[in-house]
Design a protein around this ligand. Sequence first.
Ligand SMILES: *Cc1c(COP(=O)(O)O)cnc(C)c1O
Length: 475
Amino acid sequence: MTPATTGTSVLAGGMPVEEFRRAAHEAVEWIADYLVNLRDYPVLAQVKPGDLSGQLPKAAPEQGEPVDAILEDFRRLILPGITHWNHPRFFAYFSITGSAPGILAELLCAALNVNGMLWKSSPAATELEQVALGWLRQWVGLPEEFFGIIYDTASVSTLHAIAAARELADPETRAEGASRNLVLYASEQAHSSVEKGAIALGVGQKNVRKIPVDASFRMRPDALGEAIRRDLSAGRKPFCVVATAGTTSTTSVDPVPEIAAIAREHSLWLHVDGAYGGSAAVIPEYRHVLDGAALADSVVINPHKWLLTPTDLSAFYTRRPEILRRAFSLVPEYLRTADDPRAVNLMDYGVQLGRRFRALKLWFVMRYFGRERMAAILRSHIELARQFAAWVEADERFELAAPVPLSVVCFRMKGPDEPNRRLLDAVNASGEVFLSHTVLNGRFVLRLAVGNVATGRADIETAWRRIQAEAATGS
Ligand SMILES: *Cc1c(COP(=O)(O)O)cnc(C)c1O
């Protein structure tokens, strides 16, 4: 057999193989240097809108270009416009990182480029997904009955939870279209993806009840019960409640056991959004973060948020996979193959047909770190957040704006909002650290999130020194 050639070169993926080897080695060298020297980069991209697009041609090239030129432009043009989520002083939103084993798996995943829509379309992709999610299920202490599937994001996982809930409560909707009468409950601190899911599925924004929270930003079960009773007496049909284990603003954890009892009383689907907080259950002394989740119908945890897995990878668990399947499968029962029932076809469990081999990176990450080291890393993030919170409390100019149950600190300078806004802008303009903000009880609050594999005590010391210095000059 003669291999494909161009001139005298053997081609690999459309590129002369020697060129591919050289460019790939060079890219890996660059990645290794980048990961070692992250602190030399400004965390936040120091560019203005249009800076990059103005430098790029208006149309793609007619003739191909050398890979060296593309790599050079990656360094020269693209990198300055990158906000470095990998930077150990990225404290904004939820600080996330990939990790070296995750990067290697992504490289191999791109090389294989399989589509895991059916078991048969790549058996290892489907089976490794089941195995890796089984391992993760054990790490966080969910019962064995939970079936796991990977979606791209928690938003999409939650959309699927709501779709399954609707299928259970109102099976006609699948064929007939939107039902007007269904009502969904989540706390006023729940992630916007809950409301987006309700919009996308035709439940309607008006039918999402935002349940008030207590002083620690946790859903109030009494208020949930009341809201359900009000809707029932108005002839509406409560069908789903979303509890959050680790809310996006403050990482508050809803009282899931109480919420589960109410959900059971009214036969509602209970979905637990543990996109961020669920990962903490890997630490034995933080298992309580998922208290009550075993009673839920579905749970989402994002390994791409706090388990060192490169984005994107969201783990969705449900104890009722047959309902999820009923919500989405278009394969009539009589066409189901009499194959081995263990041969799951993941395309039947959601909107998407094609699926990336995401499980590979989770498997690499879990094997490489192991549970103990993973737990130690997450524990260190929580300790760093606690340390930072202690500094905030010890400085009389500042106050904590919420409890610190996990690795996020919400804090502010005492007094009006405006100086706090200026403080955040000044701190971020330094390029040294990147923090974000939220609004709690109507007040502007700074937010420091720890979650990066490389973040150490010196990094939060730098952040606190910078904040103190800017607070001193700004006041
Ligand atoms: C981040 C977050 C989400 C959304 O996650 P994506 O994967 O970006 O969709 C949902 N819920 C909570 C609680 C989150 O913190």
